[in-house]
Design a protein around this ligand. Structure first.
Ligand SMILES: Cc1cc2nc3c(=O)[nH]c(=O)nc-3n(C[C@H](O)[C@H](O)[C@H](O)COP(=O)(O)OP(=O)(O)OC[C@H]3O[C@@H](n4cnc5c(N)ncnc54)[C@H](O)[C@@H]3O)c2cc1C
Length: 615
């Protein structure tokens, strides 16, 4: 174990006390730090037998303070609201020094309350890689039943369009169970979406498939959304929490940010060595509604579920992390592990925007307060109209052959074993996406737009999370480091060229206004074969796809790991991390579904370890 050594000896002073334990006012079997997507899923599963008591501490409020979260059309109002952390990245070296907004849910339900509602599981091969990298229990055949277990599918209530005018709203009933997370299709779908599906299939060779949730990550169909049968968002708050909220063995506090982990020393460890191993015994937090700092004891374990930015931050602030990082801000090391906060892995996106006929777009819904009020009224009274849909969840997943990867100089993807999976995701938005003007065009109030968007599913660049201070009250420094790796640029340029072919395909171009299939950004200034100009456009317009992960990787320690295959933090006892930060290889798809699965698997492991099987 080259990068790890326990610094503190049993005779040392534990943090926060003179050789004595903190004063705990309350005790639970498990304390979960972070009541987000994974946190509330765990809270439900760990309390269902009634044998364990659980405390969940969530920094944000209940999502009900921003009611727009529940409607698909209200999704546009969440960024920067009371349920968003509204992080900023560090200046991005390979994106012309731009600083990017980084959205993250801050509420009970976390990012499942603020995300884009798209649900898919990706390719079996990705999870088989998780296992092959040293993580038994995480292959596709292990995790598929857990994906099924967490979900319930609501068939659409409106009849399908005729076979002649396909709506691509298909699904495989065997892929879903009776779980708390509800799935279904959006309501309103502009015809341009169907044009996009056809264009992807013919211009980018993406097969039209029946379902994308059965281990086949390559294909296109109408996307499945985290929506219930009344077209309201289904999040971990609406599903897992509501089902469990009245259990007497569950206590959930919102507006209660965790500020640190408390450790005690034990002599000897489970491997029989007689070295002192720190044990997590509780957490400190602020109960903001009453204004007190409190400490809660965890009789069995502390579980961190604070997401890819704050989970590594809490570890570091509590003394577990890279030596230089802890030294930098004067944190006394408990366990040196150089891997904490490193290996930030993410997907990013950029878009091409085109002018479109108003009925091919949903731009006008939001163009005036009157229009928005009308759309809201239609939604809340009849469940009809454009407010029944987010601006886009129909995504196509393209696999590139080895020959194609080699022809663009992307052999590194083959060498990394990222095969039998999708390499590029294409997304359709019935609006100008993202919401900001580009250096090439500013959207006008009297025009309607559609956007076609690309996201590499095999990004090789890695960033990191580092500390600004020793306090959880200061956001960590977030550096996704997009486009640091040359191969990412090659995939980016290639996907830009496909985006243009998709946009110009007659099935989609018929909905656009003007030359070049209505393209206004970037427009003719960027030539079809001008790779340098294309890369310049990408660098100017890339934003996150919001899939940050890998900062607390589940891998062997010598391969960059922070947690073992049972999600236990190396070098300490009584501490697990269970959320998106543990992902060792990013799925070739948006990652929400995987987070529910990770929480389901984590809950099963904890129950096994503490003798609570059979639920
Ligand atoms: C804007 C956006 C759009 C997205 N769209 C999609 C999509 O359409 N489809 C998809 O598959 N994926 C999408 N994602 C990604 C997906 O939603 C996330 O990867 C996933 O929800 C992360 O789950 P998590 O449990 O790891 O973290 P989260 O759900 O973010 O939960 C972490 C929780 O910890 C809390 N927390 C943080 N610090 C503290 C503290 N000090 N004390 C206590 N609590 C704390 C946070 O407030 C939060 O509630 C999107 C994400 C975002 C942000």
């Amino acid at each position: 174990w080259p990068t790890y050594h326990a610094k503190r000896q049993s005779s040392d002073t534990p943090p926060g006390g003179e050789n004595s334990e903190p004063t705990f006012e309350e005790e639970y079997d498990f304390v979960i730090a972070g009541g987000g997507t994974a946190g509330l899923t765990l809270a439900n599963r760990l309390t269902e037998s009634g044998r364990f008591s659980v405390l969940v501490l969530e920094a944000g409020p209940t999502p009900e303070v921003v009611r727009a979260y529940e409607s698909p059309g209200g999704n546009q109002f969440l960024k920067g609201s009371a349920v968003d952390w509204a992080f900023q990245t560090t200046p991005q070296e390979h994106l012309g020094g731009r600083t990017l907004q980084y959205l993250r849910g801050k509420a009970l339900g976390g990012s499942s309350v603020t995300n884009g509602l798209y649900y898919a599981r990706g390719s079996a091969s990705v999870y088989n890689q998780w296992e092959a990298k040293g993580n038994p229990g995480w292959s596709w055949s292990d995790v598929y039943p857990l994906f099924v277990k967490s979900t319930k599918f609501n068939p659409p209530t409106t009849p399908a369009l005729s076979a002649f005018r396909q709506d691509y709203k298909t699904w495989d009933p065997s892929a879903y169970g009776g779980g708390p997370l509800e799935l279904g299709f959006q309501g309103y779908v502009p015809d341009s979406t169907h044009g996009f599906v056809q264009a992807c299939s013919e211009a980018a060779n993406i097969p039209i498939v029946n379902d994308l949730n059965i281990g086949n990550g390559v294909g296109i169909k109408h996307g499945t959304a985290t929506l219930n049968s009344a077209l309201r968002r289904s999040s971990s708050f609406d599903g897992f929490y509501q089902q469990a909220r009245n259990r007497t063995n569950l206590r959930v506090l919102h507006d209660a940010p965790v500020t640190g982990i408390a450790f005690s020393q034990i002599n000897g460890n489970s491997t029989g060595n007689n070295t002192a191993i720190p044990r997590a015994i509780g957490v400190s937090y602020i109960e903001q509604r009453v204004g007190f700092v409190r400490q809660a004891r965890a009789r069995k374990e502390v579980i961190i579920s604070m997401g890819a930015f704050q989970s590594p931050q809490l570890l570091m602030v509590s003394g577990i992390g890279p030596e230089s990082e802890l030294e930098k801000i004067g944190i006394e090391p408990l366990v040196i592990n150089e891997n904490v906060g490193r290996n930030l892995n993410d997907h990013s996106v950029f878009s091409i925007m085109a002018r479109a006929y108003p009925n091919a777009s949903t731009t006008t819904m939001s163009s005036t307060p009157d229009n928005l009020q009308f759309a809201q009224a239609e939604f809340y009274t009849n469940l009809t109209g454009p407010y029944t849909a987010p601006s886009g969840i129909t995504n196509g997943f393209q696999e590139l052959s080895n020959e194609e990867l080699e022809s663009i100089g992307a052999q590194a993807i083959i060498e990394a074993g990222l095969l039998n999976q999708s390499h590029i995701e294409y997304l359709f938005e019935s609006v100008w996406y993202p919401w900001i003007p580009t250096p090439y065009y500013a959207p006008l109030p009297n025009e309607s737009y559609i956007s076609v968007t690309a996201s590499s599913m095999v990004q090789l660049s890695r960033g990191n999370i580092t500390l600004r201070s020793n306090s959880m009250s200061d956001a960590p420094l977030i550096n996704p480091n997009y486009y640091a790796d040359e191969t990412d640029s090659r995939i980016g340029i290639h996907s830009f060229k496909y985006l243009r072919q998709i946009l110009r395909h007659p099935a989609l171009a018929q909905f656009t206004i003007g030359d070049n299939a209505g393209e206004v950004s970037p427009g003719p200034e960027v030539g079809d074969d001008d790779d340098e100009a294309i890369l310049g456009y990408i660098r100017n317009n890339t934003i996150p796809n919001w899939h940050a992960s890998g900062t607390v990787q589940m891998l062997p320690l010598e391969d960059g790991g922070v947690v073992d295959p049972r999600l236990r933090v190396y070098g300490v006892e009584g501490l697990r991390v269970i959320d998106c930060s543990i992902i060792p290889v990013l799925p070739d798809v948006n990652i929400l579904a995987s987070i529910y699965m990770i929480a389901e698997n984590g809950a099963e492991m904890i129950k096994e370890d503490w003798g609570d099987v059979g639920y």
